[in-house]
Design a protein around this ligand. Structure first.
Ligand code: ADP
Ligand code: MG
Length: 250
């Protein structure tokens, strides 16, 4: 069974794309077959973070110029990528029918993969909500910034409305000063969810703030290749392991 996981956040710049790449890499190392989809419609940047120059992408397939599978490229680190494209109006204002087309295409490709990771754009755009609601689970990234927390709560609130049957929701605290601070942020968010949304997310883990993340993005190389033992790499590996075990028993 293929797991479709949406990686989301309320606020932008929290580290979704970097983490989506790093989780794809870590899960590949656990033997999983991974497809990483750039679903930040209109502001794609997985290709930039990895230094790729795709000839085809989601917009090419959407325009009917190639099948979706033909836009997928294989990264040396062992996982597949469906790149997006920045500044493309057809992606930026994606209609519900187009989101459903993408979901059907992804389901057709699903037998090739154990996990499909969707790197979503930030916020509450209808296309992103539709994708998140169709995924098997949601991984929501927050940081210690109060605005990130309030925006995350807003996403969880709408997600609960979009999913009549509650789906697993995981919280990842990124760029944390300490693991204890991460735990505190999760506890604040979980308390609000339990109290007002009657759902309880799980804490998938905390990733410490680490300057090597910036370095790896600047060098357009995956963190687990360039700095495999740096704190952010160790923390992301632990999260991938937890995700792997959750999927194994699901
Ligand atoms: N754990 C971390 N430590 C330090 N910087 C981080 C960490 N995670 C992400 N960043 C920085 O945050 C910025 C935004 O990351 P990005 O993946 O583009 O976020 P998003 O996809 O949520 O917009 C990047 O410049 C990256 O270097
Ligand atoms: Mg991003």
């Amino acid at each position: 069974m293929t797991h479709l996981i949406a990686i989301a956040s309320g606020k932008g710049g929290v580290g979704k794309t970097w983490l989506a790449i790093t989780l794809a890499h870590a899960l590949t190392r656990h033997g999983q077959r991974i497809l990483l989809v750039d679903a930040d419609f209109g502001l794609a940047n997985i290709d930039i973070q990895l230094g790729l120059m795709p000839e085809r992408d989601l917009s090419t397939a959407l325009a009917g110029l190639c099948p979706l599978a033909a836009a997928i490229l294989h990264h040396d680190a062992g996982f597949d990528i469906l790149p997006g494209r920045s500044g493309t109006p057809s992606l930026a204002a994606m209609a519900p029918e187009t989101v459903d087309w993408l979901l059907r295409e992804l389901h057709a490709l699903a037998p090739r993969y154990d996990t499909i990771l969707l790197d979503l754009g930030s916020g509450l755009a209808p296309a992103l909500r539709r994708l998140a609601a169709a995924a098997d689970s949601l991984a929501l990234i927050v940081t210690e910034e109060p605005t990130s927390l309030t925006d995350a709560y807003a996403v969880l609130k709408l997600h609960a409305q979009d999913c009549p049957h509650p789906k697993p929701t995981h919280i990842i605290v990124n760029q944390a000063t300490t693991p204890t601070a991460g735990q505190r942020i999760f506890a604040t968010l979980a308390k609000a969810c339990t109290q007002y949304l009657h759902t309880t997310p799980t804490h998938l883990g905390t990733i410490r703030r680490d300057d090597r993340v910036r370095d790896t993005i600047r060098r357009q190389t995956p963190l687990l290749t360039r700095h495999p033992t740096t704190p952010a790499a160790t923390d992301a590996e632990a999260i991938a392991l937890r995700l792997h075990s959750i999927e194994a028993i699901a």
